[in-house]
Design a binder for this molecule. Structure first.
Ligand code: VGL
Length: 200
């Protein structure tokens, strides 16, 4: 089957960037690289999905309700907005996750678009079978999303120059795990070379 790629940018939100409630060290440094990936996919007319953590005020995801995390990415707050330097592509499809107060919602496969359509349905509609994954955080949402993608039969490419994790050791482990399950690791140069020949 022909490859039908799509870009997936995970949780590039204020609360996950330095200064945010759950700031990932260096999370802001990947933003210019992500903008480059987005430009390539946009110019080639390929789908771009952008996820966001979009929690209610009360969720078992937060410490005060028995979960592991400080309050972050509460929907319609500054912390949940996309990071200022991220150039949200015009045609990006926004996916919200973590909306169910009973679930963590780490994986983008738990996310829905504005019409409540699940991510996997959107992928199938667009006949996407290969994801290029960037964003935050390597050891949580990027990891869970990558493993879910593989489980569901999608090819995946983790863009290792465009992801950052909460814990460097856990992030390294996550990358190795993804690789051992069949995921590819790529950098901008690899993807530029692949996309250059599309549509020529
Ligand atoms: C995430 C920790 C808590 C993530 C979300 O987006 O990777 N990490 N909630």
């Amino acid at each position: 089957m022909k490859n039908q790629p799509a870009l997936l940018i995970v949780d590039l939100q204020n609360d996950f960037c330095p200064g945010g409630a759950l700031g990932v060290e260096g999370g802001d440094l990947i933003v210019p690289i992500i903008n480059r990936y987005a430009e390539w996919f946009q110019n080639k007319g390929l789908p771009i999905f952008v996820s966001r953590d979009w929690h209610p005020e009360e969720t078992k995801h937060f410490k005060q309700h028995g979960g592991p995390w400080p309050v972050h990415c509460v929907r319609n707050t500054k912390g949940a907005e996309f990071y200022q330097d991220f150039m949200l592509p015009e045609n990006a499809i926004i996916l919200s996750k973590g909306t169910d107060p009973e679930k963590h919602g780490y994986s983008v496969f738990d996310a829905h678009d504005s019409e409540n359509r699940p991510f996997i349905e959107l992928l199938k509609n667009k006949k996407v079978n290969e994801l290029y994954i960037a964003g935050l955080a390597t050891d949580y949402c990027v990891r869970m999303t990558s493993l879910d993608a593989l489980k569901n039969g999608f090819g995946i490419n983790v863009l290792i120059d465009a992801v950052k994790g909460v814990d460097p050791k856990d992030s390294q482990k996550a990358i190795e795990e993804i690789k051992s399950m069949g995921g590819n690791l790529k950098v901008l140069q690899d993807v530029e070379a692949e996309l250059k020949v599309i549509g020529q």
